[in-house]
Ligand binder design. Structure first.
Ligand code: HAM
Length: 443
């Protein structure tokens, strides 16, 4: 426990902020596996990495995500600098998501002159002051992708297909892709009118949030999770019936592509997503395991089209579509379903040193071997050969190189095969070749 004495001799415990966790080395396998799988799939589809700042102008998020959404109303972290005077004050925010930032970057760097769509992916922390609970954190990681500059339904299908392939690659088999089209803000107007009319008679029985949502963000009435509101869901008007011909045929084409790709999906006319910038195709990926009671609250990923987002942040109109997965939730599912992730590769070589002179030489030897491409570890704090070899064994290192006073003077090393226990003396200039010969093929 870390205890710090602060003013007035009070004691404060220093620990991670509520809802924000360390990623400990034990979980490294999962993080590496997810990032590597994701990169492989996206790079094979022509996506390149983009990194945008964690801190942005708050305005970037407020309008596109929606002033009346939970994210902006309740969850965004605003930053304050101690010494800024009022007229110089910048309104900065920790990013709650990355799509708006990527579109800002597209506009700021004039990416419209590139071949369209511009395809990018990202991996990084997002911040939402949500109520911490299982699978819900205040700092969490997104692994996401965006294709900006093309509104062809084929791109929608490609984005959904990549999400599908990613989960398959991660060996997550039981999930369902929920899909809907919510048209454009224009075509939504008549639907929203009908939706309000439908809910009006039931309002007095509904939750407080829905009572206010009907005025501020009526579309969100459709995904209220409260029991008191669920029972009215069945009879709601269907947004699909209100789409115009163009939106409808766009959606039909997306579904045809998905059928062609044999990607299973479920039409979910209640799916609206929690961010206002969406247009046309929206989708979410829900896990299917009896360990999760309400999969709609534990979506592992979600995304959709946002053809109006660039204009909402003051740029020219540019279509776009993308998705983001919650990395912590993917890990949770992998752990829940007992999916064994291959452990990170063991180091190739353990250098065992005996005596002061050997210890000085062993760091140099490690650097030389690392330059040759081997991964090399040692234990500076252990003196006995026995304890060093024991550690090498625990780390499952296939080769140990033992250096003592004699070896330093002779210009040799003892090479020990950690699996068979065989040892031989090797001249120092032969070590690289000898190690290479002996390393198991998959190392
Ligand atoms: P989102 O649905 O808000 O979409 O977030 C995507 C995923 O992030 C969710 O499905 C969930 O797995 C994870 N997630 C969200 N909030 C939390 C939280 N508090 N704790 C842990 N995980 C969480 C977006 O943010 C959009 N930008 C996705 C997108 C990309 N749409 C188009 N392009």
């Amino acid at each position: 426990m870390i205890l710090l004495k602060i003013m007035n001799n009070k004691i404060k415990q220093i620990r991670t902020v509520k809802g924000m966790d360390d990623i400990v080395p034990e979980d490294n396998n999962y993080w590496e596996f997810i990032e590597a799988s994701f990169k492989e799939i996206l790079m094979s589809a022509g996506f390149q990495r983009i990194v945008t700042p964690i801190v942005e102008d708050a305005l970037l998020f407020e309008r596109p995500i929606g002033e009346k959404t939970d994210i902006i109303e309740k969850e965004m972290y605003y930053l304050e600098r101690k010494n800024d005077d009022d007229d110089k004050k910048e309104r900065l925010a920790l990013r709650p998501e990355n799509t708006a930032s990527v579109v800002r970057s597209y506009l700021e760097h004039g990416m419209h002159v590139k071949t369209q769509p511009v395809k990018v992916f990202y991996f990084g922390p997002m911040f939402r002051h949500d109520k911490p609970q299982k699978g819900r954190f205040r700092q969490f990681f997104h692994i996401g992708a965006e294709a900006i500059g093309d509104d062809d339904p084929m791109i929608d299908a490609e984005i959904i297909s990549i999400s599908y392939r990613l989960l398959k690659k991660l060996k997550i088999d039981n999930f369902s892709i929920q899909i809907n089209s919510i048209g454009t803000s224009k075509t939504r107007e008549s639907f929203i009118k009908k939706l309000k009319e439908y809910y009006h008679p039931y309002l007095s029985d509904m939750c407080d949030e829905c009572k206010s949502r009907i005025k501020t963000n009526p579309l969100r009435l459709l995904d209220c999770k409260q029991q008191s509101c669920q029972r009215y869901k069945e009879g709601t008007p269907q947004i699909i019936d209100y789409l115009d011909t163009k939106d409808k045929s766009h959606f039909m084409e997306v579904l045809e592509y998905l059928d062609e790709l044999e990607i299973p999906y479920e039409l979910n006319t209640h799916l609206v997503r929690g961010l206002d910038y969406y247009t046309r195709t929206v989708f979410e990926i829900w896990p299917q395991t009896d360990k999760i009671k309400d999969p709609s609250r534990f979506a592992v990923g979600g995304g959709g089209r946002y053809d109006g987002l660039a204009e909402l942040i003051g740029g020219k109109s540019v279509p776009g579509i993308g998705f983001a997965f919650g990395v912590e939730r993917i890990i949770e599912i992998l752990k829940m379903t007992d999916k064994k992730i291959k452990h990170s590769k063991s180091p190739d070589i353990f250098i065992v040193q005996l005596g002061g002179l050997a210890k000085r030489k062993s760091l140099k030897a490690a650097e030389i071997l690392r330059e040759e491409g081997f991964s090399v570890v040692f234990a500076a704090n252990k003196d006995s050969v026995k304890s060093q070899l024991k550690l090498a064994d625990r780390l499952k290192v296939p080769i140990a190189l033992i250096i003592g006073q004699k070896e330093v003077l002779d210009g040799t090393l003892i090479l020990r095969d950690m699996n068979g226990g065989m040892q031989e003396t090797v001249p120092i200039n032969m070590v690289v070749d000898e190690v290479r010969k002996r390393l198991p093929k998959d190392q």
